[in-house]
Design a protein around this ligand. Structure first.
Ligand code: NAG
Ligand code: NAG
Ligand code: NAG
Ligand code: NAG
Length: 658
């Protein structure tokens, strides 16, 4: 035999052995002796939260490579039920909801994956990830509990979700090493039957070769309500940066079975979230890195929350509840989180560098370089053309076209609407007098109130906000008989944690004229799912000409009717961004008031520069194409002189006064 043949035989033998080894020995990821063991070898998780649904799918790889270059070996992500099941039984695993492609990509890039399937996830995400249609169920359903009608919906959803995940488990050759049920349940409830139900469902679909875990604040009480170690569920913890990690892990141990408590900080906060009307949350890079080092020095596993926050595109941002009068705190569109990898992929900040320095000490090999900064372009100003009033296209964008006629107002969930706007229209009763008071019993969340005279002149009376006022006066010096009332209500994001979780949006009870309820409503739901159909042509029947006409007609009566600006929106604007080379860019709303913006039909999210701090919306490059790109803006208020938007090459978080 010559040398080549011998080498060939050896090679074949090796191949055969390694193939044989792969198919006979299953992969395993287990807990033993207070350690994670990956294929039998002690393993430390150094992970980061990166939510596939907050990043454009064509940018997943870019962001994952940045996480890799930071030194991470695992990606943790929530699974938002409401994105995947927008209507009961209607499933979406496409585009930004393509969880399986995300898992496969993570695996190709050599990440392990930790899935937090909820069904409740919090996450500063609309209704904490629960579908708004749960609120339609009758009798009313108790979210996050062992209420049978809630459990049966969870069961239906997980019957779809879990079989998709099963082949992606690490033990089956995939990347998923752990599955979290619920989220910080101990901060909310005491219903162990609920947690046990979730545990059983996961076991029955995914088998015994997967670690199921819970995450709770590192506080005795929270862990006692939220953990489930007697049922074989691993208790992980989270705690504010700066807490003594050794004490926290000692407490964690008390809520796990002997030998089953690898120290694991499932949410190490790299930054924090921001609400509208607040200064941008920012945390110090150095002290964050030091706190991370303190955890890693204890041989603990850790997940950075967030490694990359991304964006709350569309109407997905949630809201929190706080103390005091402004106890409704909607989240801004950006989910930058002051994380090491910025919303648009930046890794140039100190935080990335400081954290990378710490992690490289523990990773024990040289870290790859992150990809170069994505190209970003200041495309400059685009002049927008006013297409017309939202009221003129109700039949194009409203659902159903003629509205729904009901005696009493109902919230949007009763009309199967999850998000966006809802218009309530009624004739004022004959008892109306100049100076009569219109009051809305509970407005969720912000309403613009208009009256329309018999001659179709539209007058803006003012804005009602759940955090400030719920009543408004009709003009004292005008003939108000025969007026019609239009109340346009905006859902600003559902509460994802705290007191008001599960409330309905729109008007949930009644509208009064002085002491009498107003009856006989026509209600239009305005979800804005398909604004791309909207063009100037949609407005031609009652259209642009008419809107302008109305405005000139109203003008002489302004002083009589109201101090407010009668030209007030809501109006749609259209413009074209002409691009030779698509790249990331930031759409600036300086000079605008409040609304929603779309690029090529994609909902970029809410803007509200007067509240701030966010004044630009991130436009990721895959949303743009070479040539003309269609921009549509819904401006709710429209009392500004400018009609241009500027595309900048940097993010701007300096709007508002707070
Ligand atoms: C998902 O996308 C594929 C291909 O783009 C399409 O054929 C399919 O109908 C989509 N499914 C849903 C539920 O949208
Ligand atoms: C523990 O739960 C309470 C609510 O019972 C919550 O306010 C608190 O933030 C939780 N603590 C931690 C550290 O998560
Ligand atoms: C961390 O692990 C190393 C190596 O196994 C060990 O020598 C050291 O004592 C451990 N440190 C702590 C705080 O457990
Ligand atoms: C966009 O650019 C192309 C090529 O320069 C030009 O033909 C077209 O008119 C431009 N469109 C707009 C809206 O400016």
């Amino acid at each position: 035999m010559n040398f080549k043949v011998i080498m060939g035989a050896v090679l074949l033998l090796c191949l055969w052995i390694s193939v044989g080894a792969q198919s006979s020995s299953k992969h395993s990821f287990v807990i033993e002796n207070n350690l994670f063991l990956k294929d039998g070898v002690p393993f430390r998780i150094i992970g980061g939260d990166l939510h596939y649904f907050r990043v454009h799918p064509l940018l997943w790889e870019d962001r994952l490579l940045r996480a890799k270059a930071l030194g991470l070996n695992a990606i943790q992500t929530y699974v938002p039920w409401n994105l995947h099941e927008p209507r009961p039984g209607l499933l979406n695993f496409n585009g930004s909801a393509d969880l399986l492609s995300f898992l496969k990509l993570a695996q190709e890039l050599d990440f392990l994956v930790i899935l937090r399937i909820g069904p409740y996830i919090c996450a500063e995400w609309d209704l904490g990830g629960l579908p708004a249609w749960l609120l339609e169920l009758k009798p009313s359903v108790r979210l996050r509990s062992s209420d049978a009608s809630y459990l049966s919906q969870v069961d239906n959803w997980w019957k779809e979700l879990l079989p998709k995940i099963a082949p992606e488990l690490f033990s089956a050759g995939g990347s998923v090493i752990m599955v979290q049920i619920e989220n910080e349940y101990g901060s909310f409830g005491i219903d162990k039957l609920y947690l046990q139900f979730l545990q059983k469902q996961v076991r029955s679909h995914l088998g015994n070769d997967i670690i199921i875990y819970t995450t709770d604040g590192a506080v005795e009480e929270n862990l006692s309500y939220g953990s489930l170690s007697d049922d074989g569920v691993f208790a992980a913890i989270d705690f504010p940066t700066g807490w003594d990690p050794a004490a926290a892990f000692a407490l964690q141990k008390r809520f796990n079975s002997p030998g089953m408590s690898p120290p694991f900080s499932a949410e190490f906060y790299t930054g924090w979230l921001t609400h509208w009307g607040e200064r941008l949350a920012q945390t110090d890079a150095k002290s964050t890195a030091v706190a991370l080092d303190d955890i890693l020095r204890l041989n603990a596993s850790v997940v950075l929350y967030m490694v990359h926050g991304g964006t709350n595109f569309g109407f997905w941002s949630g809201a929190n509840t706080g103390a005091g009068p402004s106890d409704f705190q909607p989240d801004i569109t950006s989910y930058d989180y002051d994380a090491p990898i910025g919303e648009a992929g930046d890794v140039t900040g100190n935080k990335y560098q400081e954290i990378r320095k710490v992690l490289s000490k523990y990773v024990g090999r040289e870290l790859p370089d992150p990809p170069p900064l994505p190209q970003r372009t200041a495309y400059g100003e685009v002049t927008m053309t006013k297409m017309g009033s939202l009221f003129d296209v109700l039949d194009v964008i409203g659902n159903p076209p003629g509205g729904v006629k009901l005696e009493w107002p109902v919230p949007m969930e009763h009309l199967r609407q999850a998000s966006g706007f809802i218009l309530y229209r009624a004739c004022l009763p004959s008892s109306v007098r100049p100076g009569s008071k219109i009051s809305v019993v509970e407005v969720y969340d912000r309403a613009q109130v208009f009256v329309v005279s018999a001659s179709k002149n539209r007058m803006f009376l003012g804005t009602l906000e759940r955090w400030s006022s719920n009543s408004i006066m009709l003009p004292t010096a005008a003939a108000v008989a025969d007026f019609r009332l239009d109340i346009l209500v905006e859902n600003m994001g559902r509460v994802n944690y705290g007191r008001y979780m599960g409330e309905n949006k729109g008007i949930s009870e009644a509208v009064f004229l002085d002491d009498d309820p107003i009856l006989g409503w026509t209600i239009h739901t305005i979800g804005l799912e398909s604004v791309s159909e909207l063009g100037p042509a949609s407005f031609t029947t009652t259209g642009i000409a008419n809107s302008n006409l109305e405005i000139t007609k109203i003008k002489p009566t302004i002083e009589l009717l109201s101090d407010s600006d009668p030209l007030s929106g809501p109006f749609f604007y259209e413009g074209t961004l002409n691009v030779t080379q698509p790249s990331d860019t930031f759409m600036s709303f300086n000079g605008w008031n409040k609304g929603v913006a779309f690029v090529n039909g994609f909902n970029l999210g809410r803007f509200w520069p007067s509240a701030g701090p966010q004044c630009t919306l991130y436009v990721p490059s895959p949303l743009l194409r070479r040539g003309e790109n269609k921009l549509i803006i819904l401006e709710l208020e429209d009392s500004r002189p400018v009609q241009t938007v500027e595309f900048k090459d940097r993010v701007d978080f300096t709007c508002g006064s707070y």
